[in-house]
Every structure is written in structure tokens, then in C-alpha cells.
Design a protein around this ligand. Sequence first.
Ligand code: HAM
Length: 427
Amino acid sequence: MSSADRIKAPRGTFDVLGEQSAARAVLEERARAILEGAGYERIETPAFEATELFARGVGDSTDIVRKEMYTFADASGRSLTLRPEGTAPVCRAYVEHGMHKLRQPVRLWYLSSFFRHERAQAGRYRQFWQVGAEALGSEDPAVDAESICLLAALLDELNVAPVRLRLSSLGSLAARNEYREQLQAHLRAHAEGLSAEVRERIELNPLRAFDSEHPGTRAVMERAPRLLDFLDAEDAEHFAEVRARLDGAGVAYEIDPTLVRGLDYYTRTVFEFTSEQLGAQSGVGGGGRYDGLVEQLGGAPTPGIGWAAGIERILLAGSAPHPAPVPVDLFVAYELAHEGDSPARRHAPAGAFALLTEARAAGLTAQMELAGRSLKGQLGYANALEARYVAILGAGETVLKDMLGGGQQTVAADAVVHAVLRGLRSL
Ligand code: HAM
């Protein structure tokens, strides 16, 4: 077969290898420490869900539902979709498992992969990972502020810099509907200045006009009415309290009345962290309140707030500290019985495998030679692994080398593990 016949990973997907997977392990460990320390419990939901969940939850008029979902019919003809985001699935699980009976708020976090058929580029993939946190069952502005502070803490811990935090409030659905009409009237009155795409979406999704880069559209939007001016007294009070909590916590933010997020379920607080480091795909993480979502999915009226941050973007914009490598206590090497054999035919002697399993059973981390290297090559490999001890199995005896102290001793085969344990304990 020629190299043209090789099968590659699909566009917009990637393999996680070596250092990348080590950096992800650190990120996961930090996220767990921060979120579980704040009372969040881990949740895993299925990779695919009924399509209806996202159509109803995320919203029919959003780009995600209209253009970006991986939707397929299974063998029984049911329409399923690879999850494009995690909030609707978490709310579905909350309703399905009767979590309203638990102590509120119920706080859940996840780290999983998500799927969106987007134009692939640096920082934008078709399968990507998010770490997310959702708090259901409390309307207290302190929950909003706490949620934002937790994401700020995570980004800080992973050295994501420089970050900006944009904050706004979308108010209640009623206020938003009234605002929507006013915005549509403004857009219709200035339709000639708008991009064709925005003009086509005046009826369906007028708020997205704020995201446009088109110069004419931007000029029209500068004079557009602002949603923040439409908040009713309770929503304005809630927003003021969130801001006061953030001020108290020393978290810097900018009020951005043009902040619209690409999902329909938001009410009241919305926020987004961006990093200059990321170029065009500058959103590191974002979220907001979704006080109507649980009810929309068939549950009792339940407020909720949360966020999600892209793992790839965090790693691109930050520098996760490297994890300490797992130490190798013992490397099992052996003298070759037949030097002349090709490496593929030089199989390890049974005694080497027996020693490996004995060492692991005793709680040591151990590896052995598996590629038929010369003894010199084996010692070089053990050195690269930074193995603490190397046992070299010979015809009649076993030599145990202390790679740190530099000494070596001849020991009986059944005394090797004991000698290593004694050596490690004396450190
Ligand atoms: P989102 O803004 O769509 O929100 O996604 C959150 C984060 O996921 C983004 O800020 C970005 O870092 C990352 N992300 C999104 N799409 C891609 C992609 N194609 N490639 C790489 N990274 C991507 C949500 O998903 C909401 N569920 C957040 C939320 C939770 N709101 C309330 N609770």
C-alpha cells in the first residue's frame, strides 16, 4: 500500500500524545482540586443524546443547532446527536434522576469531549474537550459570582494570560423578547447598512448581529438599543449584586452590553473570558445563568448557572505545569542467550518476566526489556527511563545495579525484589 492509502484522523480532530496528554492530566487534576474543593461532584453524561434535547435546550435558531451538530439516525430510526455542549445534558440528568430532591444547589462538574461541525482552524476543532461546572437550584447572586470566581481561579492556576472577563446581563425572557422587537425594528430601519448574513437573520436571531465583524453592521450596531437598558428592577438588582460580589472578591471585569452568547438558554448573568494569546478564537471559556432551561426540558422551574472552558484553548493560552514523571523503581534487563539472533527473535527469558511480575506484586513500579536490545542498549534505555535500579539476569546470577548510588551487587534471583525494597526504604 502506498502512503496515499493511509487513513488519517478526520479534519478538525487530533490525537492526544505524550506531553499533551501529560499537560491534560495536570489540568484535570487542578480542575478537580478547585471544583471538588468548592462542593462540585463529577458527572459523566453519554457522548450522544436524543437530538430533541439540543433542539429544545440550545435552541433551534442557534448556529450550533442549525449547522454544527453531528446528527444521525440509529438502526431503529431514532435521531441522535453527538453532544455539542454539556449544559443541556446536565439539566436532562438533573430532571431524570430527580436531583431536585437532593440538597440544593446541586453542583456538578465535567471534563469531556464535545462535537461541533465548525470550520476547523487553530483553536477550533470538530472534536474538542471542555471542562465545565453547573450549579442548579439557587438564584442567589453569590452563586453567579462564585461560579465566575472558580473559572478565574482555574485559568489563573494554569497561567492563562492575559485574560479579559466580559460581563453582562440578558435579563428575563420577557425583557429579552421586548428588547428583541426593538432591536429588530432598529435593524430593519438600517437594513441597507447590514451584511447580507445579518439581514437574513433579523427575524431569526437578531442578537447575533453584535458578533459581526462587517464594518457597516458594526456602525449600525453602535447605535442599536442595549439590552442592559431593558432589564426589569429585579434583574437589574440581581446584576448589581453579582457585580458587588465580584468587586468584593477583587475580580476585574468589563461590562459589555454587546456580549451575546451563541446559545439560547441564557437569562440574566452572562460572561466570557478571552485571551489575547489566542488570536481569532479568543474565547477561553464562558457561561451564564439559564433559569428556564430545566423547566424547558420537562422539570420543575429550577434556576441554574455554569460555564465551560475549552481545554485546547486553555493549553494554547496557558502553561500547565508539567507533572512529575512516574518513577521506575526497577528495570529488568538480561544478557542475551544468542547474540546472533535478529532483535525480533531475541525474546526475553521467562525469569525476566517472573521478576517483573514479582516486583509489581510487591508494589514496585517496574518495566522490562521487550525489544531485544543489546545489553548496552538496555542499560541506555533504563537510564533514559531514570530507573532507580536495574537487575541484569545472567546465566547463573543476577546483578543489581543502583543507578543513583552507582554501586552494584550480585544477588540470588529470588532476593532482587527484597534488595530493591530495602534500598528504596534507606533513601
Ligand atoms: P460555549 O461558549 O459554546 O459554551 O463553549 C465554551 C468553550 O468551549 C469556549 O469558550 C471554547 O473555549 C470552547 N469551544 C467551543 N467550541 C469549540 C471548538 N469548536 N473548538 C475548540 N474549543 C471550543 C458552552 O458550551 C456552554 N455549555 C457553556 C455553559 C455552561 N453555559 C452555562 N453552563
